[in-house]
Design a protein around this ligand. Sequence first.
Ligand code: ATP
Length: 248
Amino acid sequence: MFEARGLMVFYENMLALNNVSLTCGKDRIIGVFGANSAGKSTLMYTLSGIMSDIRTKEEMAGGERITIRGQVIFEGQDISELKPSKRARAGIILCPERRRIFPESTVMENLMIGAYLANSRQTSETLDYVLRIFSPLVRISKRLGGFLSGGEQQMLAIGRALMAQPKLLLLDEPLLGLSPIIQYMLAKSIKEIRDERGTSIIVSEQYARPIMPIIDYGYILENGSAVVDGTNRELMDNPDVKSAYFGS
Ligand code: ATP
């Protein structure tokens, strides 16, 4: 359903992604694990198409030269040259690192901003769904985005992404900076979204423990290269992965 082949990204001469290939079938949850600076956000930007916008902006500003190579295939089409807005329209929605909530808009307004690609029937159905799985948002629906806790912001960020009717949801470090209880709650919700809506999900994380049990397949990214891949069982049984990502 979704495939990346041989992705390479250079920031000037710095190789940030080195020949990364991955696949995500329909209804699958794929994990991408890696330390700080491993290339997770670069990968998510490349899959969503935002990397080519960043490259264009840098070119216009006379800034650094960004080179992108490789192919992105979605539902049988090569979308490597497709702009991020068109990829979003096709159903590839990125929920970026650090949430990017609009701080001066309310929770409800933030959700409705996500609905720009939805018709009114989809909007009301998805809104009901989001407020059911992320029920703490109901009580704070009129609160400004800037006054939310980290966990509330992340629920809102995923909820807003769902409002855009994703077929493939890209979650970049959704658990960053959250308490263990909230991390496990969110991991459970991510799995529920796949189980209940059939949304395919690629989720990146630095810390694997809460996410590993919910993935079907995962990739370990080191210095821009996918060095190990396997099912969650295979990854959890791999001694190198265990010591690096599970602290044991
Ligand atoms: P983090 O967990 O810190 O977000 P990450 O795995 O998402 O890390 P990236 O943000 O993709 O990693 O960064 C990969 C490498 O590319 C890092 O060495 C980073 O410093 C570098 N990098 C990222 N963005 C740029 C940029 N715009 N210009 C130059 N180098 C960059």
